[in-house]
Design a protein around this ligand. Structure first.
Ligand code: SF4
Length: 375
């Protein structure tokens, strides 16, 4: 069991690029906490072994008071066997990370903090619809560090038209000078259900420039080489030994359970998903249903997912493992495809392992897609 994901679906306001499910209506927080507790109880028999990671994501988990988080954590410990050294992550927005709040999170048992910084420039933060300033982001990281968090990650967004390459370089220098061990950097994309999507279609703003995003990805690679951070997945960078255990397990396709609206679960053979909104989730749990929809993965689905997730990681595909899972013939076919169709600058093949280079990772989804099996 990889771990547990708990979705906290509340936000103060919607950021322009966001496609995650969350609501700005906070009146149901208490009802949500008790419904979540019912879901944890309903599903406690789904995990018998000890849990290695728990991840509070959102939404904005840091909107919850320490007493509310305490309630959820108590339930979690009552229902599941959480390993004493489990990675316990909570996502937080900078404006909530006061010294007192950071100390409370530490006292509750969280040992990893993922902070939604996105940028160290106020203009960019305003464009993205974030509620914090650059200074608040820096203060938040300091407060977390002072409270004893040594495992801090931040999120950054690049490929924003309003930001020059020079500004992006400066932001990276800033990120490398603060006490973090991990960062995730995402190119700005236009999610269909986001405000950005609507604004583009109303001609109020323009699409993000793909060439700019590609150039800023290159700048990131050049800067990362001079930093203590190593890229271990398309969008994730860590000081060696500080990679996210929770996300790494997803990419290894280890089973996990997801709780709350719009959360997904995977048991190695099936994917399950919860009701997509708070209202439908309340109804789902009131009817004591442990999932809202599910699918059984076919052999082809397994193969395609395996390929996609592994090729997005820097360690890539262990060819011996692949042969065991999908057969030697399929493995040889994949190797032949790479040797004849894929740009040699985009991958490396060492006996027993096939992985994409930093340059190739930018094209990971396309390279994997070209190798997919048809249903
Ligand atoms: S990006 Fe995070 S804080 Fe912003 S709306 Fe989405 S979930 Fe909420």
């Amino acid at each position: 069991m990889a771990g547990l994901y708990l979705h906290i679906p509340f936000c103060k306001s919607k950021c322009v690029y966001c496609g995650f499910y969350s609501t700005v209506n906070q009146k149901d927080i208490d009802k949500y906490i008790s419904t979540l507790s019912e879901e944890l109880t309903l599903r406690e028999s789904e995990v018998t072994e000890s849990v290695k990671t728990a991840y509070f994501g959102g939404g904005t988990p840091s909107l919850l008071q320490p007493s509310q988080l305490h309630q959820i954590l108590d339930n979690l410990h009552d229902r599941f066997k959480i390993a004493p050294d489990a990675e316990m992550t909570i996502e937080a927005n900078p404006e909530q990370l006061t010294p007192e709040y950071c100390k409370a999170l530490k006292a509750l048992g969280f040992n990893r903090l993922s902070i939604g910084v996105q940028s160290f420039h106020d203009d960019i933060l305003r464009f993205l619809g974030r509620r914090h300033t650059a200074q608040e982001a820096l203060d938040a990281i300091k407060n977390a560090h002072d409270a004893g968090f040594d495992n801090i990650s931040i999120d950054l967004i690049y490929g924003v038209n309003e930001r020059s390459n020079k500004q992006w370089c400066n932001e990276l220098e800033k990120a490398f000078s603060i006490p973090i061990r991990h960062f995730s950097a995402y190119a700005l994309t236009v999610e269909e259900n986001s405000l950005l999507y609507r604004r583009i279609h109303q001609h109020k703003t323009v699409e993000p420039d793909e060439d700019l995003a590609a150039r800023q990805y290159d700048i990131l690679q050049e800067a990362a080489v001079r930093s203590p951070f190593m890229q271990y997945e398309v969008s994730n960078y860590a000081v060696k030994g500080w990679e996210s255990k929770h996300n790494s397990a997803y990419w290894q396709r280890v089973p996990y359970l997801g709780f709350g609206p719009a959360a997904h679960s995977f048991d190695g053979t099936h994917r399950y998903w919860n009701a997509p909104t708070l209202a439908t989730y309340f109804a789902q749990i009131a009817e004591k249903k442990t999932f809202y929809g599910h699918e059984t993965l076919s052999k082809t689905d397994h193969y395609n997912e395996y390929l996609l997730l592994r090729l997005r990681t820097r360690s890539g595909i262990d060819l011996r493992e692949m042969a065991q899972l999908f057969g030697q013939k399929r493995t040889d076919t994949l190797l032949r495809h790479f040797q004849t169709k894929v740009n040699p600058r985009h991958y490396e093949y060492t006996p027993g392992r096939l992985h994409l280079t930093a340059e190739g990772l930018w094209f990971a989804d396309g390279i994997a897609g070209d190798c997919f099996l048809e249903h």
